[in-house]
Ligand binder design. Structure first.
Ligand SMILES: O=C(O)[C@H](O)[C@@H](O)[C@H](O)[C@H](O)COP(=O)(O)O
Length: 250
């Protein structure tokens, strides 16, 4: 397992802009080799701000958006038009403003979609979809103050999940019903980027990078095959020992 790489930024808006620039560059690079990149998007404040930053970037149109496969790390199991939907927020921030191929936007079902309110059927369908894609190029994740990534919460049954995707009930973070990729599936990604800002995340960052196990801190188990990249702002990094803070702050 590759050791995590740490990049620090001065504040949340610089972090979102830097993550956006990094994703644009990565997608252009992968497409220059004739690849159709598969990217796992995240919900959450920074995750959506990053997408909006891509949309505002002049480099946005350097990407052939019709040749990118989009997945989600998790989704709230609510009606499609709910403002809580990660998909809706991602579309508003970026996906509805670029010429994506609708067949390559692989959203997790909503509670008023094809599977109705059957959370387990909706999760099983996403499991089947993910089973047939051979891993991801980049999985982006936000981080909760409790160390959750996607909707894998500490000491919750989800930390033991081995299915590609699963239903979450009683999520500690509202809304209660969700679909999430499991940690083993996140680990099929070539690169995992954990992008987080703010002092409320500092303890979780320090525990995840300080050797905590994934049952207590699921972020500790969010690793990529080739790269695990932690992109932080100063506040989220404040509990890290100086020995870890080798990366220059931008
Ligand atoms: O659906 C979700 O809620 C997210 O996927 C979740 O994993 C999020 O990324 C973290 O909770 C961080 O969220 P914030 O950046 O808003 O704190």
């Amino acid at each position: 397992m590759v050791s995590p790489q740490l990049v620090l930024h001065a504040n949340a808006s610089q972090l979102a802009a830097a993550a956006a620039a990094r994703l644009v560059t990565k997608l252009v690079d992968l497409q220059s080799f004739g690849r159709i990149p598969s990217v796992v998007l995240t919900g959450g404040t920074i995750g959506i701000e990053m997408l909006a930053s891509i949309n505002a970037s002049p480099a946005r149109d350097a990407i052939d958006w019709s040749r990118v496969d989009f997945y989600w790390g998790d989704e709230r199991f609510v009606p499609a038009d709910s403002p809580d939907r990660n998909e809706k927020q991602a579309r508003q921030a970026l996906l509805d403003h670029v010429p994506v191929n609708p067949d390559r936007v692989h959203a997790m079902a909503s509670s008023d979609g094809k599977y109705g309110d059957d959370l387990d059927a909706a999760a099983a369908a996403y499991s089947d979809l993910v089973d047939h894609c051979n891993g991801f190029d980049i999985t982006m994740l936000g981080l909760g103050p409790d160390g959750h990534v996607a909707s894998v919460f500490p000491k919750n049954p989800g930390v033991y999940e081995t299915r590609p995707a699963f239903g979450v009930r009683n999520s500690p973070k509202p809304p209660p019903l969700r679909i999430s990729l499991s940690l083993p599936t996140i680990r099929t990604s070539d690169e995992v980027w954990i992008i987080t800002a703010g002092s409320s995340k500092a303890d979780a960052v320090a525990l995840a990078l300080g050797g905590a196990g994934e049952i207590a801190i699921p972020a500790a188990g969010a690793t990529g095959i080739k790269r695990t990249l932690w992109m932080l702002d100063r506040e989220a990094a404040v509990r890290l020992p100086s020995s870890v803070l080798r990366a220059p702050v931008s």
